[in-house]
Design a protein around this ligand. Structure first.
Ligand SMILES: Cc1cc2nc3c(=O)[nH]c(=O)nc-3n(C[C@H](O)[C@H](O)[C@H](O)COP(=O)(O)OP(=O)(O)OC[C@H]3O[C@@H](n4cnc5c(N)ncnc54)[C@H](O)[C@@H]3O)c2cc1C
Length: 130
């Protein structure tokens, strides 16, 4: 029987599950939703997040391959009401990855680390891949 139950299998739950399972804990990941699924999101993975992800064995080259169809962010594009776009110089740099793909990457890491899942599964993720 799992000794630790985590409610919510998105970034926080999956990464917590990954690290706990890697530390030899028995972990059950439960999500109330059909999982993985898309989410309203900016799709931005900041460079700070990329550093944290390396602790889960997800390295910049993995992120880049997932983001290859999308932009590497060098600035923040702001749309304003007069329809003029401004590319602002900003500290926010990173990658753009569909949330569906990103969440699934973390989820699979948790499962591969040994977490037992109690979620539904969608298998048509291919449509989100380049
Ligand atoms: C509009 C918007 C845009 C955003 N854009 C960005 C962005 O571009 N870049 C960025 O880094 N962050 C962005 N964020 C923030 C980001 O979405 C959150 O920081 C992140 O999703 C938090 O992850 P989490 O795992 O803590 O929670 P969540 O992603 O909210 O996941 C919680 C999970 O718990 C499950 N759950 C809830 N209650 C239960 C229950 N009782 N039993 C079982 N399961 C349960 C839910 O189904 C869900 O899957 C954005 C947020 C919003 C709202």
């Amino acid at each position: 029987m799992p000794k630790i139950v985590i409610l919510g299998a998105r970034p926080a739950g999956s990464s917590a599950g990954y690290h706990l399972a890697k530390s030899s804990h028995q972990v059950m990941l439960i999500d109330k939703d059909c999982f993985p699924r898309d989410k309203v999101y900016g799709d931005v993975i900041s460079l700070e997040s990329v550093q944290v992800l390396s602790t889960m064995g997800i390295y910049p080259q993995d992120i880049e391959s997932l983001a290859s169809e999308y932009a590497q962010i060098d600035g923040l594009l702001l749309g304003v009401s007069n329809e003029i776009n401004h590319l602002q110089d900003t500290h926010l740099k990173g990658y753009c990855i569909p949330r569906f793909v990103f969440d699934n990457l973390l989820y699979q890491k948790a499962i591969n680390a040994g977490c037992v899942a109690r979620t539904q599964k969608i298998t048509n993720i291919e449509r989100y891949h380049p």
